[in-house]
Design a protein around this ligand. Structure first.
Ligand code: NIG
Ligand code: FE
Length: 391
């Protein structure tokens, strides 16, 4: 988010400033009576309102809360096609198994570059309107060399956090020879996509015929690391499995979903807490009518936890971090403070970023203002659009 006004702006009348500087309850670093000066898209000054320096413009926030912009560290925004009927069928009792991904793959392949660009742009704008200022975007609905490279090029027009997901599912035309598809992903597809990606991800879910086994996932991730990409894993979403331990073994920045974990998974995440974040995506459990991950167990054990939307056409077509925060509090036993931290600083950790997800002098002025006096209202006023980017 950048300040469109040319000079410096002093923000005063901030009811609660959430800095996420690691101090205080949940590391939120709450400050009362604080003010900020923003200049050139950066935080130029932060301190008590009484000492605020002169600025070209002064904005009185009238008691509203200010937070770091949300860091949505997991999304799949590059797709065309509609799967609302699949959602309705699930609400009527059908189970999710990843099979619907093929519907999005067909529609995405058929879309023109301009059409895909417009769809991604609209989704990014929708996120920003709800307070998300950093977003990770995965490919994964092209599943050919050309379509995956195209998706990442388009995603890169909006974010530097782009993720190669050629191993999302085995596409229909490759079902007869899975090994050949893994060779394609680890060979020509990785080569074409690596220049456009910061990360690589894999849908490691041996229980699903559409997704990848432990050995296939290890092959994809090892090749991607060799090509210089950071690692992320979709793991333990549909059932117990090897995803979490594989992510930890390979030093992935994040393992996402973490819905079905055993004690050994939790122990592995605790031991790797400085390296691997557990990213929880409760919008998925909402949209697939599944049991929620046990966030309390993870946090109490000392696991680093992030929250993200997973915005995608199959398991959660919501771009709203406030919605995710409300679900985390209501359905996963997180305190409002823990949920806000996980949606800001936690997301930044999952992306190995230390510039975003907090408010600090010298950092980007990626700020959210709430039409409310404190961060508690994000979960308290669920469904009400109180969060917006400031500037
Ligand atoms: O994160 N699990 C795999 N991928 C997505 C869903 C993709 C889809 O159904 O289109 C997810 O849930
Ligand atoms: Fe996902």
């Amino acid at each position: 988010m950048s300040d469109t006004f040319g000079g410096s702006t002093a923000y005063v009348g901030i009811g609660e400033l959430v800095t996420c500087d690691g101090t205080g309850a949940a590391g939120l670093g709450l400050r009362a009576g604080a003010a900020l000066v923003v200049e050139g898209g950066r935080i130029a000054w932060l301190g008590d309102a009484g000492g605020v320096p002169d600025a070209d413009r002064r904005v009185d926030l009238d008691g509203r809360a200010v937070l770091p912009g949300f860091v949505d560290s997991h999304s799949h925004l590059v797709f065309d096609g509609d799967r609302a009927a699949e959602f309705a069928a699930r609400m009527a009792g059908e189970r999710y198994d990843g099979g619907g991904i093929g519907v999005s793959v067909a529609a995405t392949r058929a879309a023109s570059d301009d059409r895909l660009r417009e769809l991604v742009g609209r989704r990014v704008a929708e996120m920003r309107a709800q307070g998300t200022t950093t977003v990770e975007i995965k490919g994964g609905y092209g599943l050919t060399v050309a379509d995956e490279a195209r998706g990442l090029r388009i995603a890169g027009e909006w974010t530097s956090e782009t993720t190669f997901l050629g191993a999302h599912v085995v596409p229909p035309e490759a079902r007869g020879d899975r090994a050949a598809y893994v060779d394609l992903v680890t060979g020509p597809m990785l080569e074409a996509c690596a220049p456009h990606a910061r990360w690589a991800d894999v849908f490691c879910e041996p229980g699903s015929p559409h997704a990848f086994t432990e050995d296939e996932s290890r092959a994809v991730l090892t090749a991607a690391a060799g090509a210089g990409l950071g690692l992320r894993v979709h793991g333990n979403q549909l059932g117990p499995g090897p995803g979490v331990r594989l992510a930890v073994e390979l030093g992935a920045a994040s393992v996402d979903h973490c819905t079905f974990l055993d004690d050994a998974d939790v122990d592995a995440l605790v031991a790797a807490a400085d390296t691997t974040v557990a990213t929880l995506l409760p919008g998925v459990e909402f949209s697939t009518r599944s049991p929620y991950p046990d966030a309390r167990r993870l946090i109490d054990a000392g696991v680093a936890v992030a929250l993200a939307t997973d915005c995608n056409p199959g398991t959660c077509y919501s771009s709203s971090m406030p919605f995710v925060i409300a679900l985390a509090v209501r359905e996963m036993g997180m305190t409002p403070g823990e949920a806000v931290w996980a949606a800001t600083a936690g997301g930044a950790r999952a992306l190995r970023r230390d510039d975003v997800g907090r408010i600090a002098v010298g950092g980007p002025a990626d700020l959210v203002v709430l039409d409310a006096p404190s961060h508690l209202h994000l979960a308290y006023r669920a469904g009400v659009p109180i969060a917006s980017a400031l500037g």
